[in-house]
Ligand binder design. Structure first.
Ligand code: MN
Length: 341
């Protein structure tokens, strides 16, 4: 971290400020005294330094961070990929392509069980399904809530597929006890109180990127969960909001290699919410594999035309069979190409 001091800083002020930095943050401070201004270079673990506190000091002209503000999620301090393993044996981030598929919303026992069977036979490793739905309109279907969680558990019992579902409030954590992977949706990516609570539990958390958040903000949200002691975080790129209106969001596929360079956590891609259009899901799924994603999260509905949410972006089970076949074939070819250099 580099701190530029104002030109009129006195020697006494400089000595006091340096001492306070060293004491407060346990860092070494190097000083360069120039003709016009003095520059301080902070060496050591700067992740916990409060930039605002430094900027607020009377003698400080500007402050610039040269190291990432996150530590536990940082690949520099953890060069190996994190592999998340479920008690039931499924792994995410071990080099295999992990597909999570299912309807946007759990609608009925019949629906979720049918979709679960179909996605399982196509090769999905996880069943997804929303019980608590964050909808833009308060008048839209809000999900079956605890009944939806029970239906997901029933589908897990019938198929053996572990379940992924979204939590919307830290007040619901106890209800999610029996869920295999807890999803934090895009709109809650910076719900820091929720992230802190999820940091205290021992369960994988699937953290979607916020619709208007930078990669650094996204990794900082993962850091919130990890700072509490829970290192099992899976990141999910689901498109960001841009000026483009042809798709629901803009799928930021370059985020996959960028995040994987900065961070050791697995990264998956959700082409359904990213594009909002079922006909785009196949190509964007293939592109995500080529971008190096560890997995995909795809919406599949038994009857998309009558879905209670996100029907336009949902695949039919037949179409999902085809997409899954193609992505697994591409993944095999991709691994071969990459291993041959
Ligand atoms: Mn959805």
């Amino acid at each position: 971290m580099i701190i530029v001091l104002k030109p009129n800083t006195s020697k006494e002020q400089l000595i006091l400020f340096k001492a306070s930095l060293e004491e407060k943050y346990n860092v070494t401070v190097n000083t360069w005294v120039g003709v016009e201004s003095t520059v301080l270079g902070l060496i050591g673990d700067t992740t916990q330094i409060d930039e605002d506190w430094i900027s607020a000091q009377e003698i400080v002209e500007s402050v610039k961070r040269v190291q990432e503000p996150y530590k536990k999620a940082n690949r520099k301090f953890h060069p190996d990929n994190t592999v998340i393993e479920l008690p039931t044996g499924q792994k995410i981030g071990d080099g295999n392509l992990c597909i999570m598929a299912g309807p946007c919303s759990v609608e009925s026992e019949e629906q979720i069980n049918y979709v679960a069977e179909r996605v399982k036979s196509a090769g999905a490793a996880f069943l997804r399904g929303g019980a608590f739905k964050p909808r833009t309109s308060p008048y839209s279907f809000q999900g079956l809530k605890s009944e939806g969680l029970d239906l997901l558990k029933g589908a897990r019992k019938a198929t053996g597929l572990p379940i992924v579902t979204e939590i919307m409030s830290s007040a619901h954590i106890d209800m999610f006890e029996g869920i295999d992977i807890i999803q934090v949706g895009a709109r809650n990516m910076q719900n820091f109180e929720l992230l802190k609570q999820l940091g205290k539990i021992d369960k994988p958390i699937l953290l979607k990127r916020g619709l208007a958040n930078t990669i650094e903000e996204w990794i900082m949200s993962a850091e919130y969960i990890m700072a509490g002691g829970n290192n099992k975080v899976i990141l999910c790129e689901r498109g960001i909001r841009t000026y483009e209106t042809a798709t629901r969001n803009t799928l930021d596929l370059s985020a996959v290699p960028v995040v994987k360079k900065l961070c050791h956590l697995p990264v998956i891609v959700d082409p359904s919410h990213a594009t909002g259009k079922s006909w785009l899901v196949e190509q964007m799924s293939l592109a995500a594999v080529a971008a190096g994603a560890d997995g995909l999260m795809i919406e599949v509905h038994n009857d998309p035309k009558h879905a209670l949410s996100d029907g336009a972006q949902s695949l039919t089970p037949d179409k999902f069979d085809e997409v899954a076949r193609k992505v697994f074939a591409l993944k095999k070819a991709y691994d071969e190409i990459m291993s041959n250099g």
